[in-house]
Ligand binder design. Sequence first.
Ligand SMILES: Nc1nc2c(ncn2[C@@H]2O[C@H](COP(=O)(O)OP(=O)(O)OP(=O)(O)O)[C@@H](O)[C@H]2O)c(=O)[nH]1
Ligand SMILES: [Mg+2]
Length: 296
Amino acid sequence: MHKAGFVNIVGLPNVGKSTLMNALVGERLSIISPKAQTTRHRIIGIVNEPGYQIVFSDTPGYVNQPGYALHRTMNTYVHQSFEDADVLFLITDKYQKIDEQAFLISQLVQTKVAVVVVFNKLDLCREGELEEWQVRWKQELPMANFVPISAKDGTNIDKLIEFVVKNLPESEAYYDKDSLTDRHIRYFVSEIVREKIFLNYQKEIPYSCQVVCEEYREADDMDRIRCTIFVERESQKNIVIGKGGSSLNKVGTEARLAIEEFVGKKVFLGLFVKVKPNWRNNDQTLRSFGFEKTND
Ligand SMILES: Nc1nc2c(ncn2[C@@H]2O[C@H](COP(=O)(O)OP(=O)(O)OP(=O)(O)O)[C@@H](O)[C@H]2O)c(=O)[nH]1
Ligand SMILES: [Mg+2]
């Protein structure tokens, strides 16, 4: 007998969805940063074993008050995740207020699939704190299972896998049994550059940047990559580049090292910065950046 199915990971921004997905899959597929709203796409990570295939989806953090067309598109990825799951993980931590999660809870109350409230950042909990949260979540979602984890340390990741395997339907595999994801290398490259932007700049800059990998040319000795960082204003372009190009050089070096680790070989990375006014509110530009609206 072979089992297979979809496990969708939803939650507010910054709770550790991407850290969890990477821990489940054992690869750095999703980018991670201490800033909220890091993830902008839905991205899958596949766990393959002889008897089963689990297709995990990392999703953008749900934005309660979308300020841009980009946010609304990100939220459609979350909406879609409630529709096509065999198991749903609501990931949360002690920093998130329950009422801020009202929309997510309202969807989970209605679902027919198994739900796990994944309580993350266990490593930051005081004695007794966890039990208090467990009681509160039991009131909100009485049918759900409650699994405390630390995505960072890997605590209880095995319990989640065990739960999922038990709840997966019998099915053929959905993807080749040796695939890890469905995205192209250019997607991962652009995301790695974006992660370094999130880690290197403050305030509005990370949110005003989108990265497009325009070219990825493989070669025996060294792959050649060209990426464009789109910003919304000329003043942001100057900040991203920095004095004498120093800020952009730092991002470039950090991104290159991470890409080399990801692809397992040396790469040449060329970064360019261009202004695309108001891209976060322009549906056509968003589409050209790969943000396809799924539904509303
Ligand atoms: N201490 C601790 N920090 C964690 C843990 N899991 C994630 N983090 C940190 O929490 C921050 C957010 O992690 P992400 O995985 O990017 O969170 P996310 O939910 O994907 O965030 P968005 O993509 O913005 O929605 C990062 O600084 C992580 O290192 C954990 O188990 N313990
Ligand atoms: Mg994320």
